[in-house]
Every structure is written in structure tokens, then in C-alpha cells.
Design a protein around this ligand. Structure first.
Ligand code: FAD
Length: 43
């Protein structure tokens, strides 16, 4: 069974964490949980 990562918050920090985790281990399954209806638009 593969590894799973759950990231709370889909802001810039959450997106950066997801990207870095995937770079480190492309086989990871990543879920991002966001309380709002839209994700961040921060550049
Ligand atoms: C008025 C304003 C204008 C800005 N303009 C720009 C701009 O033009 N360009 C730019 O690059 N940056 C801009 N910024 C800065 C940018 O918004 C922040 O630097 C960036 O959003 C920080 O990202 P973060 O992931 O650390 O936090 P956040 O963006 O705050 O992300 C955290 C996320 O976690 C979610 N969250 C929190 N608790 C929970 C929970 N318990 N369960 C689920 N989800 C949760 C929140 O809803 C949020 O979406 C601006 C900021 C402000 C206030």
C-alpha cells in the first residue's frame, strides 16, 4: 500500500508542500483539504 499525505489548507503553503512532497516521492498520494469553497490565488 502506497503512502498518503493529507495537507490541511490549500493556500500557497499547502500547494508548496504538495509540490515538494511530490518532488521528493512521486508515488505519494496527496489530498488537500480546504475549508473554503475556493483555493488560494496567491502567486
Ligand atoms: C489583502 C491581501 C492581498 C494579497 N495579495 C497578494 C498578491 O497579489 N500576490 C501574492 O503572491 N500574495 C498576496 N498576498 C499574500 C498571500 O495571500 C499570502 O502570502 C499567502 O496566501 C500565504 O499562504 P499560506 O498558505 O501561508 O496561508 P493562507 O493563504 O492563509 O492559506 C491557508 C489555507 O488554509 C485554510 N485552512 C485553515 N484552517 C483550515 C482548516 N482547519 N481546515 C481546512 N482548511 C483550513 C484556509 O482557508 C486557507 O485557504 C496578499 C495578502 C493579503 C492579505
Amino acid at each position: 500500500m502506497g503512502k498518503h499525505v493529507v495537507i490541511i489548507g490549500a493556500g500557497a503553503g499547502g500547494a508548496s508542500a504538495a509540490a515538494e512532497a511530490k518532488r521528493t516521492d512521486p508515488s505519494l498520494s496527496i489530498a488537500m483539504i480546504e475549508q473554503r469553497s475556493e483555493v488560494s490565488v496567491a502567486a
